[in-house]
Design a protein around this ligand. Structure first.
Ligand code: PLP
Length: 392
């Protein structure tokens, strides 16, 4: 066998993708697996967006574009930030990448040095710690409890900051918890950060549009505009427009940081796919009413799951503010079955009742399970039936 880099040995393959792969494999063996593992809307990309890509291909969008995105898409991003978030950016403050995942990767590579610390509230999106490690920096995880609604407090943030802190990451509404920080809560966190001008702030707004309460989205820059010069806003079209396969994410932030991220991208992947950029331009500029039916479906499924999960012995679930994830505490079920951890319980669920969920440990929150309800009601009903079998 080939000896591999130390770097690659620091990280794990994405556990959410691993659960999806395992579910697929067992399905192929003929097992009737219900999989609630993937973080992918189950809707098709809206037709007007697909048509824009087809037209663009026919008109020659088949070549390299500018590394940081076409002028049309960058303008659409600038208009979107203005319209939806009240944030102003110049074109040299915008970078379009191949998915939100690449945006965060570029950020870590452009910003972090060995020994730097990145503060990450748990439960977290699985990629934050591993991309931090790939940049040879150290994740510093802040743990939260269900009593604090799985959100960090300003006191916890203050305690986590050291002279090595370089980056603070906040994702609201959150994958995997579905909870969002209020403007007041963000302001209180911002007050702590104001005392530490050397810390860069990344707000991952990927689930901005998947929020039950209309017009309720707010990020840390809205709450604390003073942080503008050292905050990078990460977003993308994957979740809001059901465009996971198109691979378009974007970032807005300080010009020199964006330029450094662009340099990393220019020596790795270059521009995101040209037809996808045309599709994303239409998604951001076009009719926004395509979001609403998806949002309504997610809300209906959320309400169903919340009620059913909380009725099961050994499971406690917080209501979500948005996204398409439920993140119940399942410690009662873990204990009941004499499992060591949520990882064991996930194995038991797949072996005994053909139910594939992602264990909370993957998100830095043992004792929990993530259920993605980007799945039909029929699938969710089956999942609940199977969970009940294990609980009784
Ligand atoms: N940020 C969060 C919080 C996510 O949940 C995801 C996807 O799961 C991403 C970023 C990246 O999205 P993508 O790379 O598919 O655009």
């Amino acid at each position: 066998t080939i000896e591999l880099s130390k770097r690659v040995q620091l990280i794990q393959p994405s556990p959410t993708l691993a659960v999806a792969a395992k579910a697929k494999e067992l399905k192929a063996q003929g097992r009737d697996i219900v999989g609630l593992g993937t973080g992918e809307p189950d809707f098709d990309t809206p037709d007007h967006i697909k048509q824009a890509a087809i037209a663009a291909i026919n008109e020659g969008a088949t070549k390299y574009t500018a590394v940081d995105g076409t002028p049309e898409l960058k303008e659409a991003v600038i208009n979107k930030f203005k319209r939806d978030n009240g944030l102003s950016y110049e074109p040299n403050q915008i970078l379009v990448s191949s998915g939100g995942k690449q945006s965060f990767y570029n950020l870590c590579q452009a910003l972090l040095n060995p020994g730097d610390e990145v503060i990450i509230p748990a439960p977290y999106w699985v990629s934050y710690p591993d991309m931090t490690l790939l940049a040879e920096a150290q994740p510093v995880i802040i743990k939260t409890t269900i009593e604090q609604h799985l959100k960090i407090t300003p006191e916890q943030l203050k305690e986590a900051i050291t002279e090595h802190t370089r980056l603070f990451v906040i994702n609201s509404p959150s994958n995997p918890t579905g909870v969002a920080y209020s403007k007041d809560e963000l302001k209180a966190l911002g007050e702590v950060l104001k005392e530490h001008p050397e810390i860069v702030i990344a707000t991952d707004d990927m689930y901005e549009h998947i929020l039950w309460e209309e017009g309720s989205f707010t990020n840390i820059l809205n709450a604390c505009p003073e942080l503008y010069d050292r905050t990078i806003v990460l977003n993308g079209v994957s979740k809001a427009y059901s465009m996971t396969g198109w691979r378009i994410g974007y970032a807005g932030g300080p010009a020199n940081l964006i330029a450094a991220m662009k340099k990393i991208q220019s020596q790795s992947t270059s521009n995101p796919a040209a037809p996808s950029q045309a599709a994303a331009t239409e998604a951001l500029n076009g009719d926004q009413s395509c979001i609403k039916p998806m949002l309504e479906a997610f809300k209906k499924r959320h309400d169903y799951l919340l009620k059913e999960l909380n009725a099961i012995d050994g499971i406690t679930c917080l209501p979500s503010d948005g996204t398409f994830y439920a993140f119940p505490n399942v410690q009662g079920l873990i204990d009941k079955h004499g499992c060591e951890s949520d990882l064991d319980l996930a194995e038991l669920l797949i072996e005994k009742v053909d139910l594939a969920l992602v264990p909370g440990s993957a998100f830095g929150a043992p004792g929990h399970m993530r259920l993605s309800y980007a799945a039909s009601m029929e699938t969710l009903e089956k999942a609940i039936e199977r969970l009940k079998k294990v609980a009784n």
